[in-house]
Design a protein around this ligand. Structure first.
Ligand code: G3P
Length: 220
């Protein structure tokens, strides 16, 4: 179990790297959490600081998930059981590492435990595990975003779309290589991401949510 604990701690620490906060502070001298939606996420960096900073924050957040689930979780695991009856232990460890990274992103030890909503970091985790399902989910995100111009709504729908797509691909199209643990952890990630969007849901319901309008800096 020691290596699992080490993997989870490392993943949490990597997930805690506050890309959005550091991009704002180091490159522009501001804390994005004091502007726009107040969220320490790439969407708010796009909104407050423009597309260059937004892309950088997106890459950092995606990279954290990829690093945790794609690299850290593959560190030598020599003290774990060889597998469960229905789930592959390697996939489960990668998903656990991914969730540790997402929780790090949301509650970053390096930034006062005030982080983002975990969408890009989740996407990085899932990209490392099932790229095709993740790209289908990303397409759903883009379609909802283009139609609604709400990033939050697109994120919530994508969070639901991922486990749904796993289920359809696995049980309707019979893609055996998709581990059932992806479905279970996909639901867990969806619950985490939707919970993180509770203030957005309130704004969506009251008609006051921010729509994507422009990529020009709109600080304040
Ligand atoms: O990934 C976060 C996004 O869905 C919403 O961000 O800044 O509009 O709350 P924001």
């Amino acid at each position: 179990m020691l290596s699992l604990v080490v993997i989870l701690i490392l993943s949490y620490l990597v997930g805690s790297i506050p890309g959005s906060v550091w991009v704002g502070q180091l490159m522009y001298g501001i804390d994005v959490r004091r502007y726009g939606s107040g969220n320490a996420g790439a969407t708010n960096v796009f909104r407050v600081l423009g597309w260059k900073a937004g892309i950088l924050a997106t890459v950092v957040d995606l990279g954290k998930g990829l690093l945790a689930a794609g690299v850290i979780a593959t560190l030598r695991i020599d003290d774990l059981p060889s597998g469960f009856a229905y789930w592959h232990i390697e996939t489960v460890v990668r998903l656990m590492a991914g969730i540790a990274a997402v929780l790090g992103h949301m509650f970053p030890v390096w930034a006062g435990f005030r982080g983002g909503k975990g969408v890009n970091t989740s996407a990085g985790v899932l990209l490392a595990l099932t790229p095709v399902t993740t790209l289908i989910t990303a397409a759903v995100f883009v379609v909802v975003l283009l139609i609604s111009r709400y990033v939050s709504l697109a994120s919530i729908v994508a969070a639901i779309a991922f486990p749904s797509t796993v289920a359809i691909r696995k049980y309707v199209f019979g893609i055996e290589s998709l581990d059932a643990s992806l479905l279970v952890f996909g639901v867990v990630l969806a619950v985490i991401v939707i919970w993180a969007h509770r203030s957005n849901i309130r704004r969506l319901l009251s008609g006051t949510e921010n729509r994507v309008r422009t990529f020009r800096p709109a600080r304040g």
